[in-house]
Design a protein around this ligand. Structure first.
Ligand code: IPM
Ligand code: MG
Length: 388
C-alpha cells in the first residue's frame, strides 16, 4: 500500500516524522538591558511553534555580557562558552551597558569580550540582515510614501569576522604631550571576500537577483581588492545582476531610492552602519533580525541569531521594548540552522498578523493611525504566539 505513494512524498513524510522526533539544542543568551524581556517573548513564540509542529527545542539559558560579569566575573563565562559549544545554535539578546562599560578595561567589555569573541570563536563570517517594511507600517518609515514605492525589501549581507573590527594592530599609543594615537587596521584577504561574496550571490539568486556590492574603492586598498574579488566571484552567477557602489553613495541612495536595492553586500563596518540605516527604513531597529552563519557542516549550519539593535537601557525592564527583532531572529534560526521552513514561516506570518491586527509597541506606534493599539513587550509576544 505505502509503495503506491510516490517516492518524493514518502521522503517528505519521513522527513516530517524525523522532524517530529528531533531535538534541537539551543543556547539562549539574553544578555543585558532589554535582552531578557525580548528573549522571554521569543521563547514564548518558539514554545507555541514547538507545540504546533511537534519538534523538541531544548533551550538552555546562560548569562553573557554584564549578566556574565555579575554572575561569573567575565562577559563570556567559561560555562556559557561550553554550553554554546555543545549547542546546535545560539539565540542571543544583546550586551553592553553604556553606564557600566567604561568602568572596566576595554578588552573586557561585553561587545568585544562576548559578542565579537563569539563571532570569531564560531567563525560566523556571514551576517544576514533582512529589512522589510510591512505595508501597514508605512507610517513608521521616515521616508515619504512615494519613496517607499511598492515596498522596501532589502537583505544586507555583512561580512562579520574581518575588517577593522578585528584587524591588527589595534591599539592606542601615548605619543607624549598629553596626546595619543589610536590605530585600527582594516584588513581583508581574497578568501575572506570570496566566501562572503558567494553567500551574497546565492542569497540574491533566491530573491530578485540583484546584488549591490558596497566599497570605497576610490580611496581604500581594501575597496579595490573587494571590488576585484566580488567581480570575479560574480562570473559564477550570471543570472545575478551585479553593480558596485561607493559606500557614501550607498548611504545616500538608501534615503533617495531604497527600492533599487535587493541584496547589499558590505564589509564589516560598512555593513554595521548601512544595516542600521536600512533598519530605520523598515520601520524600526526593533524589527530587524539577524543571522550570523559559519561554514555549513553536512545539512546543519551552526548559527548565531540576534536582533540587530542594542540593549536600550533607557527602556529596559519597563515592558516597552519591541520583541519582534528577537522573535524574527528565532524564525531565522529555525530556517537556517534546522531547516524547519514551515515553522519559520508560521512565526513570520504570525508577526505580520499581529501587526495587521494593530498591535504596536512604542517604536512603531503613531497615535494618528486608526485601529492601532499601543501594547507592551509581553502583549506583543502573546499576540504573535497566539498566531503561529
Ligand atoms: C551590531 C552591533 C555590534 C557590531 C556592536 C554591539 C559591537 O552594532 O551587531 O550591529 O558593531 O557589530
Ligand atoms: Mg550595529
Amino acid at each position: 500500500m505505502s509503495n503506491k505513494i510516490p517516492l518524493s512524498r514518502r521522503a517528505k513524510k519521513l522527513n516530517c516524522v524525523l522532524d517530529f522526533m528531533k531535538t534541537y539544542n539551543i543556547a539562549a543568551l539574553a544578555g543585558d538591558g532589554i535582552g531578557n524581556e525580548v528573549m522571554a517573548e521569543a521563547i514564548k513564540v518558539l514554545r507555541a511553534t514547538e507545540k504546533k509542529f511537534g519538534f523538541t527545542l531544548n533551550i538552555t539559558a546562560a548569562p553573557v555580557g554584564w549578566a556574565g560579569i555579575d554572575a561569573a566575573g567575565k562577559a563570556l563565562p567559561d560555562a556559557t562558552l561550553a554550553l554554546c559549544k555543545k549547542s546546535d545554535s545560539i539565540l542571543f539578546g544583546s550586551v553592553g551597558l553604556p553606564d557600566r562599560d567604561p568602568t572596566i578595561p576595554k578588552e573586557e567589555r561585553p561587545e568585544r569580550a562576548a559578542l565579537l569573541r563569539l563571532r570569531k570563536e564560531f567563525g560566523l563570517f556571514a551576517n544576514l540582515r533582512p529589512v522589510k517594511l510591512p505595508k501597514v507600517l508605512s507610517h513608521a518609515c521616515p521616508l515619504a510614501k512615494e519613496r517607499q514605492g511598492d515596498g522596501i525589501d532589502i537583505l544586507v549581507v555583512r561580512e562579520l569576522t574581518g575588517g577593522m573590527y578585528f584587524g591588527q594592530p589595534k591599539k592606542t599609543e601615548d605619543i607624549g604631550g598629553g596626546n595619543f594615537r589610536a590605530i585600527d587596521t582594516m584588513v581583508y584577504t581574497t578568501p575572506e571576500i570570496e566566501r562572503i561574496a558567494h553567500v551574497a550571490f546565492k542569497a540574491a539568486q533566491l530573491r530578485r537577483k540583484k546584488l549591490t556590492s558596497i566599497d570605497k574603492a576610490n580611496v581604500l586598498e581594501n575597496g579595490i581588492l573587494w571590488r576585484e574579488v566580488v567581480t570575479r566571484v560574480g562570473k559564477n552567477y550570471p543570472d545575478v545582476v551585479l553593480e558596485h557602489m561607493f559606500v557614501d553613495n550607498g548611504a545616500m541612495q538608501l534615503m533617495l531610492k531604497p527600492t533599487q536595492f535587493d541584496v547589499m553586500l558590505c564589509e564589516n563596518m560598512f555593513g554595521d552602519i548601512l544595516s542600521d540605516e536600512a533598519a530605520a527604513l523598515g520601520g524600526s531597529l526593533g524589527m530587524l533580525p539577524s543571522a550570523s552563519l559559519g561554514a555549513t557542516n553536512g545539512n546543519q549550519t551552526f548559527g548565531f541569531y540576534e536582533p540587530a539593535g542594542g540593549t536600550a537601557p533607557d527602556i529596559a525592564g519597563k515592558n516597552l521594548a519591541n520583541p519582534i527583532a528577537q522573535i524574527l531572529s528565532s524564525a531565522m534560526m529555525l530556517r537556517q540552522s534546522f531547516g524547519l521552513n514551515d515553522a519559520a514561516a508560521a512565526i513570520e506570518n504570525a508577526v505580520t498578523k499581529a501587526i495587521e491586527a494593530g498591535n504596536r509597541t512604542g517604536d512603531i506606534f503613531n497615535a494618528a493611525e486608526t485601529g492601532a493599539k499601543r501594547v507592551g513587550t509581553s502583549q506583543m509576544g502573546d499576540a504573535i504566539a497566539a498566531g503561529v
